[in-house]
Design a protein around this ligand. Structure first.
Ligand SMILES: [Zn+2]
Length: 158
Protein backbone atom coordinates (compact mmCIF):
# COMPACT_ATOMS: atom_id res chain seq x y z
CA UNK A 1 0.00 0.00 0.00
CA UNK A 2 1.57 3.27 -1.11
CA UNK A 3 0.90 6.30 1.05
CA UNK A 4 1.62 9.79 -0.20
CA UNK A 5 1.62 13.12 1.61
CA UNK A 6 1.03 16.69 0.49
CA UNK A 7 1.26 20.19 1.92
CA UNK A 8 -1.12 23.13 1.60
CA UNK A 9 -0.59 26.75 2.61
CA UNK A 10 -3.16 29.52 2.31
CA UNK A 11 -3.31 33.17 3.39
CA UNK A 12 -6.16 35.69 3.11
CA UNK A 13 -6.17 39.37 4.13
CA UNK A 14 -9.02 40.76 6.19
CA UNK A 15 -11.73 42.37 4.06
CA UNK A 16 -12.52 46.08 4.17
CA UNK A 17 -16.19 45.12 3.72
CA UNK A 18 -17.69 45.17 7.24
CA UNK A 19 -20.53 42.93 6.08
CA UNK A 20 -18.32 39.99 5.16
CA UNK A 21 -18.61 37.02 7.55
CA UNK A 22 -15.54 35.24 8.92
CA UNK A 23 -15.66 31.54 8.04
CA UNK A 24 -12.90 29.20 9.24
CA UNK A 25 -13.16 25.44 8.85
CA UNK A 26 -16.79 25.89 7.85
CA UNK A 27 -17.61 27.67 11.13
CA UNK A 28 -19.01 31.22 11.09
CA UNK A 29 -17.28 33.36 13.75
CA UNK A 30 -20.12 35.76 14.53
CA UNK A 31 -19.08 39.39 15.05
CA UNK A 32 -15.54 38.92 13.73
CA UNK A 33 -14.33 40.74 10.58
CA UNK A 34 -14.30 38.56 7.44
CA UNK A 35 -11.49 37.69 5.04
CA UNK A 36 -11.17 38.88 1.45
CA UNK A 37 -11.54 36.26 -1.28
CA UNK A 38 -13.50 35.04 -4.27
CA UNK A 39 -15.18 32.19 -2.37
CA UNK A 40 -16.02 32.44 1.35
CA UNK A 41 -12.23 32.83 1.92
CA UNK A 42 -12.09 29.88 4.34
CA UNK A 43 -8.29 29.59 4.65
CA UNK A 44 -8.53 26.39 6.66
CA UNK A 45 -10.66 24.50 4.12
CA UNK A 46 -8.46 25.86 1.31
CA UNK A 47 -5.21 24.69 2.94
CA UNK A 48 -6.66 21.21 3.52
CA UNK A 49 -7.89 21.13 -0.12
CA UNK A 50 -4.43 22.01 -1.41
CA UNK A 51 -2.71 19.44 0.83
CA UNK A 52 -5.09 16.72 -0.35
CA UNK A 53 -4.75 17.60 -4.05
CA UNK A 54 -0.96 17.78 -3.63
CA UNK A 55 -0.83 14.37 -1.96
CA UNK A 56 -2.66 12.87 -4.94
CA UNK A 57 -0.43 14.80 -7.34
CA UNK A 58 -3.35 16.42 -9.16
CA UNK A 59 -2.50 20.11 -8.99
CA UNK A 60 -3.83 22.78 -6.68
CA UNK A 61 -7.00 24.55 -5.62
CA UNK A 62 -6.53 27.45 -8.06
CA UNK A 63 -6.40 25.00 -10.94
CA UNK A 64 -9.46 22.99 -9.84
CA UNK A 65 -11.60 25.94 -8.68
CA UNK A 66 -10.34 29.02 -10.60
CA UNK A 67 -11.37 32.42 -9.24
CA UNK A 68 -12.26 33.42 -12.80
CA UNK A 69 -15.11 30.89 -12.65
CA UNK A 70 -18.37 32.50 -11.46
CA UNK A 71 -19.52 29.11 -10.13
CA UNK A 72 -17.14 29.55 -7.17
CA UNK A 73 -18.02 33.18 -6.30
CA UNK A 74 -19.00 33.22 -2.63
CA UNK A 75 -18.76 29.42 -2.62
CA UNK A 76 -18.99 27.43 0.60
CA UNK A 77 -15.44 26.09 0.80
CA UNK A 78 -16.65 22.89 2.50
CA UNK A 79 -18.35 22.13 -0.84
CA UNK A 80 -14.98 22.74 -2.57
CA UNK A 81 -13.30 20.43 -0.04
CA UNK A 82 -15.85 17.66 -0.68
CA UNK A 83 -15.38 18.14 -4.43
CA UNK A 84 -11.58 18.00 -4.05
CA UNK A 85 -11.96 14.73 -2.09
CA UNK A 86 -14.11 13.35 -4.94
CA UNK A 87 -11.44 14.31 -7.48
CA UNK A 88 -8.75 12.66 -5.31
CA UNK A 89 -10.87 9.46 -5.34
CA UNK A 90 -11.35 9.74 -9.10
CA UNK A 91 -7.56 9.91 -9.46
CA UNK A 92 -7.27 6.56 -7.65
CA UNK A 93 -6.49 7.62 -4.09
CA UNK A 94 -8.27 7.41 -0.75
CA UNK A 95 -7.98 10.38 1.62
CA UNK A 96 -6.38 9.11 4.86
CA UNK A 97 -6.11 12.18 7.11
CA UNK A 98 -5.07 15.81 7.35
CA UNK A 99 -3.67 18.00 10.08
CA UNK A 100 -3.60 21.78 10.00
CA UNK A 101 -2.39 24.76 11.99
CA UNK A 102 -4.22 28.08 11.76
CA UNK A 103 -1.99 31.11 12.36
CA UNK A 104 -4.16 33.94 13.68
CA UNK A 105 -3.73 36.69 16.25
CA UNK A 106 -7.54 36.74 16.46
CA UNK A 107 -10.13 35.36 16.77
CA UNK A 108 -9.47 32.67 19.36
CA UNK A 109 -9.76 29.45 17.37
CA UNK A 110 -10.00 27.08 20.31
CA UNK A 111 -13.62 28.01 21.07
CA UNK A 112 -14.75 26.59 17.72
CA UNK A 113 -12.08 23.95 17.20
CA UNK A 114 -14.24 20.87 17.78
CA UNK A 115 -16.94 22.19 15.44
CA UNK A 116 -14.30 22.94 12.77
CA UNK A 117 -12.91 19.41 13.12
CA UNK A 118 -16.41 17.91 12.76
CA UNK A 119 -17.29 19.96 9.66
CA UNK A 120 -13.94 19.52 7.89
CA UNK A 121 -13.93 15.78 8.64
CA UNK A 122 -17.43 15.37 7.20
CA UNK A 123 -16.55 17.32 4.04
CA UNK A 124 -13.20 15.61 3.46
CA UNK A 125 -14.55 12.12 4.14
CA UNK A 126 -11.79 11.34 6.64
CA UNK A 127 -10.24 12.75 9.81
CA UNK A 128 -9.09 16.38 9.70
CA UNK A 129 -7.44 17.73 12.82
CA UNK A 130 -7.19 21.45 13.62
CA UNK A 131 -4.63 23.26 15.75
CA UNK A 132 -3.97 26.97 16.12
CA UNK A 133 -1.16 29.25 17.11
CA UNK A 134 -0.82 33.01 17.57
CA UNK A 135 1.96 34.89 15.75
CA UNK A 136 2.69 36.84 18.97
CA UNK A 137 2.19 40.22 17.22
CA UNK A 138 5.00 39.49 14.74
CA UNK A 139 4.68 40.51 11.09
CA UNK A 140 1.54 41.07 9.04
CA UNK A 141 -0.37 38.21 10.67
CA UNK A 142 0.58 39.57 14.09
CA UNK A 143 -0.76 42.99 13.07
CA UNK A 144 -4.09 41.23 12.35
CA UNK A 145 -3.91 41.99 8.61
CA UNK A 146 -4.91 38.45 7.71
CA UNK A 147 -5.05 34.78 8.67
CA UNK A 148 -2.90 31.90 7.38
CA UNK A 149 -3.23 28.15 7.55
CA UNK A 150 -0.79 25.32 6.87
CA UNK A 151 -1.97 21.77 6.31
CA UNK A 152 -0.57 18.36 5.55
CA UNK A 153 -2.61 15.49 4.17
CA UNK A 154 -2.07 11.83 3.39
CA UNK A 155 -3.70 9.69 0.74
CA UNK A 156 -3.22 6.05 -0.18
CA UNK A 157 -3.53 4.24 -3.48
CA UNK A 158 -6.71 2.23 -3.85
ZN1 LIG B 1 -7.82 30.59 -0.03
Amino acid sequence: MTTRSGIGIDVHPFSTDPGRPLVLGGVHFVGEPGLEGHSDADVVAHAVCDAMLGAAGIGDIGQHFPDTDERWRGADSLVLLAEAAARVRAAGYRFVNADCTVIAERPRIVVARDEMITKLTAAAGGPVHVKATRPEKLGSLGRVEGIACWAVASVEEV
